[in-house]
Design a protein around this ligand. Structure first.
Ligand code: NAD
Length: 257
């Protein structure tokens, strides 16, 4: 399949799942716009590398997804948006009574509210083109809960709900919207949790990964950023034109338990 001629914006894509999704979209021929809140030479170099490797146009646009105006400016600056992947996200783990208010606000803003702002600007562009794909990166935590992740679970359930509403408001217009729900994927976000878990459980890296981190993932294997990218490319294909307003889990069986 080819996504040649389509422009994809992927929020939070200078690392992890976002970068993996951007790579797979570029491999499928889409022009890509990478994003994060930093504006370093290495961020722009990521876009240049993708352009060179896949022969597509690639740009990096710095915009902070915790700020409404910057979310909207990202899509406006892109000028065109056929595929919107709302992926930017952060995590904080704490009991509800100790959960810092500023962390709650930041998680809700980056993981949920940013998708509202980018989608609001992208939908008129998609309607004009008569074609569009919105893919929201939710989580297994958009469908189930874990203790100490109140803001993250609330935000990701919100993303699933927002995806359904977006699907209903665009149904029959050549536009689909779905939420992808990954289980554990080995990215910097997850890698950062390993040393703490090793200390807490007095286990080596392999044991902590299999026995603690992947305890809820029956496959006992991480999903990969390439698999997430492939799922997004599938959702952009003609085969997925009638898949809208739903979730696709890429979680090694987590939500089947
Ligand atoms: P990551 O930390 O590698 O990537 C997060 C991305 O978001 C980075 O590019 C970061 O720069 C960007 N970001 C953070 N704050 C931002 C801001 N204010 N403005 C713009 N960009 C910002 O983590 P990841 O694991 O690749 O996470 C990507 C998405 O996948 C998140 O929404 C996360 O919740 C979701 N997810 C991850 C896992 C997992 O196991 N890794 C599982 C389920 C869902």
């Amino acid at each position: 399949m080819t996504l040649k001629g389509k422009t994809a914006i992927i929020t939070g894509s200078n690392s992890g799942i976002g970068l993996g999704v951007a790579r797979e979209l570029a491999r499928a021929g889409a022009d890509v716009i990478l994003n994060s809140f930093t504006d370093r030479a290495e961020d722009h170099a990521l876009a240049a590398d993708l352009a060179q490797e896949f022969g597509v146009t690639a740009r990096y646009i710095a915009a902070d997804m915790s700020k409404a105006a910057e979310c909207r400016a990202l899509v406006e600056q892109a000028g065109r948006c056929d595929i919107l992947v709302n992926n930017a996200g952060i995590q904080h783990v704490s009991a509800i009574e100790d959960f810092p208010t500023e962390k709650w606000d930041a998680i809700l803003a980056i993981n949920l509210t940013s998708a509202f702002h980018t989608t609001a600007v992208a939908l008129p562009m998609m309607r004009k083109a008569g074609w569009g794909r919105v893919v929201n990166v939710a989580s297994a935590h958009g469908l189930t809960a874990s203790p100490y992740k109140s803001a993250y679970v609330a935000a990701k359930h919100g993303v699933v709900g927002f995806s359904k509403v977006t699907a209903l408001e665009t149904a029959g217009q050549g536009i689909t919207c779905n939420a992808v729900c990954p289980g554990y994927v080995l990215t910097p976000l997850v890698e950062a949790q390993i040393p703490d878990q090793m200390k807490k459980h007095d286990m080596d890296r392999e044991t902590v990964i299999k026995k603690v981190m992947l305890e809820r993932q029956p496959s006992r294997e991480f999903a990969t950023v390439e698999q997430l990218g492939g799922t997004v490319v599938f959702l952009c294909s003609d085969a997925a034109a009638q898949i809208t307003g739903t979730t696709i889990s890429v979680d090694g069986g987590w939500t089947a338990l």
